[in-house]
Design a protein around this ligand. Structure first.
Ligand code: SF4
Length: 273
């Protein structure tokens, strides 16, 4: 059996940077560190962070002292103000590429244009982006939702940085028909485009694909869906223990890729197994 590992598998720049920021801070302080939501969607990494005194919280209630880290997804400005006013220290690990989308939304909506965000309504990045809009903002997760948008005057479109590139292109073409005066900002991150493209290419030359990453990780789930859409058997696993050995033993060539929040040691273990 041969295993072909995607070159882009594993941590993206924003996740690596957030990990480095939080670990560097942990080395400097004895006070507790809290991440506003899980730093990344990977159970094993979160266990490792907890062992270093870094805890994930969903709110500020009951926190008396310490540091709150804003993760790569970013937060709405109101949450940032809440953290600042709480007396806790704030460390910002928002990915610069997410921060760029936030600033596009802020500056465009200040001119009165309504925002359309292509993304997952409940994803933390999108919740954060919505907070930057000074006008009405609408989230569309797929092309079917476009017909339910109201009549809009000079809207602008941005994307969640990890949105599906093919779905986004379809959305752009439909939205341009519906709103001829729309301004489009393709804010899907380069790291996302490269990963998705590599999965499509790899899928054409392997018998099955193993996608490594947290079961709650949106970008990992998206990679697995793209692989399935290519028509090959796809196995989404968190660790090597989740591998379906029986099904995989029938394959000659297996492709392996991983989400942007999957650590390299976890990918290595899956490839080795
Ligand atoms: Fe940043 Fe791109 Fe990673 Fe999102 S996918 S955290 S935008 S590098």
């Amino acid at each position: 059996m041969r295993v072909r590992l995607a070159k882009t598998a594993g941590f993206c720049m924003g996740v690596r940077r957030a990990m480095e920021i939080v670990l560097a801070h942990a080395n400097k302080t004895k006070e507790p560190i809290y991440t506003y939501g899980p730093l990344i969607h990977n159970r094993q990494v979160l266990d490792m962070l907890r062992s270093k005194g870094i805890y994930s919280v969903d709110g500020l209630d009951s926190l008396e002292s310490g540091t709150v880290v804003v993760r790569a997804h970013g937060v709405p400005p109101a949450t940032r103000t809440l953290i600042k006013n709480s007396g806790l220290k704030l460390v910002d690990a928002t990915c610069p590429r997410v921060a760029k989308v936030q600033s596009i939304i802020r500056s465009q909506s200040r001119n009165g244009s309504p925002a359309i965000i292509a993304g997952d309504r409940d994803h933390a990045e999108v919740v954060g982006l919505l907070g930057y809009s000074c006008t009405s903002a609408y989230v569309v997760s797929d092309v079917k939702e476009i017909s339910s948008l109201p009549q809009l005057d000079k809207p602008f479109l941005v994307a969640q940085t990890t949105h599906n590139t093919v779905v986004f292109r379809e959305m752009v073409s439909l939205l341009k028909q519906r709103y001829p005066d729309i301004t489009v900002f393709d804010t899907i991150c380069e790291a996302t485009c490269e990963r998705q493209e590599e999965v499509r290419l790899l899928a054409a030359s392997v018998d099955a694909m193993v996608v490594v990453g947290g079961y709650h990780s949106a970008n990992t789930k998206r990679l697995a869906q793209i692989s399935r859409d290519c028509g090959i058997p796809t196995f989404h696993v968190e660790t090597d223990a989740d591998l379906d050995r029986e099904a995989l033993s029938r394959m000659d060539v297996i492709g392996v890729t991983a989400g942007a929040s999957t650590p390299s040691w976890m990918i290595r273990n899956v490839v080795k197994e």
